[in-house]
Design a protein around this ligand. Structure first.
Ligand SMILES: [Zn+2]
Length: 239
C-alpha cells in the first residue's frame, strides 16, 4: 500500500500543473533602448514579469542611443525580468548552417555569463522563421521554450514549446480591441503570449508600439486581473 502511494506521488510530480485562465506572457524583442528606459519601469509598477529577447544584431554595437547596453540588460535581470536569447546577429535560422546557428546562440549565452546573467532557457526566432534543425539544436542546448510568430494562443497540451506561437504581435496599426481579443484567448488551458519590440521603436517603425497605446494594453491586463509572467515561468505548466 505504501508503495502505491509513493508511486502515485511520483506520477503526480511528473504531471504538469493545470494552466490557470488569464495567464499572459509578455515578450520584448531586439534589445531596444526604450525597453529599459520606459517598458521595464511601467511593468514593475504593475507587478508584471516579462522576457526580453536579446540580440546584438541591427545597430546594437554602434548605436547606444536606440539599443540597450549590456549594463541595462543586466539591470533587467537584477529587477527579476527574464533575459532570453535572440541570437548574435538576428539572422533567420532557416538560412543558417547548424554550426553558424550554434555559434550565434552560444555567443549570447557567453555574453550573459560575462555579465552575471543566467544561461537563457527561452529563445526567440529572428524574423519568426523556424526550422527543424533549430528546434533540435535548441533542445540539445537545454532550451525549454522558443517563440515564433503566428496569431494564436499557446496550448501546452498540443503545441511544441520550442515552436511557441504568439497570440499578439504589437504593430503600429494594432488596436486595443485586437489586444483584448488576444487576452480573451487565455483560457481553457491556453496561454496568451504577446510580442512587442520597442515602445517606441524609432529604428524599426514597422514594429513600433506607441507608449500611450501600450499603457492602455497594460491597463487592460490589470483590469482583467491577468497573471502576467515571463516565458520561463511556464515551466510548471509544460511537461
Ligand atoms: Zn527580432
Amino acid at each position: 500500500m505504501k508503495m502505491f502511494f509513493l508511486a502515485l506521488l511520483f506520477v503526480t510530480s511528473l504531471r504538469a500543473e493545470p494552466v490557470p485562465d488569464k495567464l499572459v506572457v509578455l515578450t520584448f524583442d531586439d534589445s531596444v533602448a526604450s525597453q529599459a528606459s520606459y517598458v521595464a519601469p511601467l511593468l514593475k509598477k504593475h507587478g508584471f514579469r516579462a522576457t526580453f529577447f536579446i540580440t546584438e544584431g541591427f545597430e546594437f554595437l554602434i548605436d547606444k542611443k536606440h539599443y540597450m547596453t549590456w549594463e541595462q540588460i543586466k539591470a533587467l535581470h537584477q529587477d527579476g525580468f527574464e533575459i532570453g536569447n535572440h541570437t548574435r546577429k538576428h539572422t533567420g535560422v532557416a538560412k543558417q548552417k547548424p554550426e553558424q546557428l550554434a555559434a550565434d546562440v552560444a555567443f549570447i549565452e557567453q555574453q550573459c555569463e560575462k555579465h552575471g546573467i543566467p544561461k537563457p532557457v527561452s529563445f526567440c526566432y529572428p524574423g519568426y522563421a523556424t526550422s527543424e534543425v533549430a528546434v533540435k539544436l535548441l533542445r540539445e542546448r537545454g532550451y525549454l521554450f522558443a517563440r515564433a510568430g503566428g496569431a494564436k494562443a499557446f496550448d501546452p497540451a498540443t503545441d511544441v514549446a520550442l515552436l511557441m506561437p504568439q497570440a499578439f504581435d504589437g504593430k503600429p496599426e494594432s488596436t486595443l480591441e485586437q489586444f483584448k481579443a488576444a487576452v480573451a484567448q487565455a483560457k481553457g488551458g491556453r496561454i496568451a503570449v504577446m510580442t512587442f519590440h520597442g515602445v517606441p521603436d524609432i529604428k524599426h517603425p514597422w514594429v513600433n508600439t506607441d507608449p500611450v497605446k501600450f499603457e492602455a494594453y497594460m491597463q487592460h491586463l490589470k483590469d482583467e486581473g491577468c497573471m502576467v509572467v515571463a516565458m520561463r515561468d511556464l515551466a510548471k505548466y509544460v511537461k
